[in-house]
Design a protein around this ligand. Structure first.
Ligand code: G3P
Length: 218
């Protein structure tokens, strides 16, 4: 499963990329607004694309099809790593179809139902982003959506990749893997949480204490 970092914070992206742990980055307008400040977001996207050797999702903000297409072309022209993120609306699906026909990769986002995911695949999306945590937030079963999309895509052989999004904790990531999501996008905090286990800390402490009793060097 591919791991994408869900952030626009360049320092965090660099930290994870240097460790060789991420396959790409996803952003959204809220994540960009948090970090861009006075900076031109296009510059920020370019910098992110230089740091990570993989797809970088950058989202359109127009709401009609033609504006989305125009913005999508501009974003894709910024760097070869850019994947154009489009909302799962009628206009977004139409824009997706056009951009895909021009060879531009797309990530159809804000997906909350299997029927929406079906249309994303029909529109030729490279990725679909079902938002697990936000469904959990309203007392739904976010993981169930990943299950069902996996089943539908497998039943009919759609090659749109399932990019599990809005993942809030390590269990979300593990469950996405067990279901067979193609990718998971996770915030930096969750990425590093994946490495933690109290028995690892306790075991290491013991190993180091025993070794110290030898008074030896390697
Ligand atoms: O990039 C989309 C996404 O992962 C949003 O997550 O936590 O804001 O629901 P969240």
């Amino acid at each position: 499963m591919k791991i994408f970092l869900d952030t626009a914070e360049v320092a965090e992206i660099r930290r994870a990329a240097e460790a060789g742990l991420i396959d790409g980055v996803t952003t959204n307008p809220s994540l960009v607004a948090k970090v861009a400040g006075d900076r031109d977001p296009k510059e920020l996207y370019r910098e992110i694309c230089e740091v990570v050797q993989g797809p970088v999702s950058a989202e359109v903000v127009g709401i009609d099809r033609d504006t989305m297409i125009e913005e999508g072309r501009k974003l894709a022209a910024l760097h070869e790593h850019i994947v154009v993120k489009l909302p799962l609306t009628e206009a977004g699906l139409k824009a997706c179809r056009t951009l895909v026909s021009e060879g531009i990769r797309t990530n159809v986002t804000l997906c909350f139902s299997v029927s929406q995911a079906l249309l994303a695949a029909k529109a030729g999306a490279t990725y679909v982003s079902p938002f697990v945590g936000r469904i959990d937030d309203i007392s739904g079963e976010g993981m169930q959506l990943i299950h069902q999309i996996r089943q539908v895509y497998d039943n009919y052989g759609y090659d749109t990749e399932i990019l599990a999004a809005s993942l809030r904790h390590p269990t979300h990531v593990v469950e996405s893997m067990l279901i067979g999501a193609d990718c998971a996008t996770i915030p930096p905090k969750v990425l590093w949480q994946l490495s933690k286990h109290p028995l690892t800390d306790r075991g290491l402490e013991q190993f180091l204490a025993d070794w110290a009793s030898l008074g030896a060097e390697i």
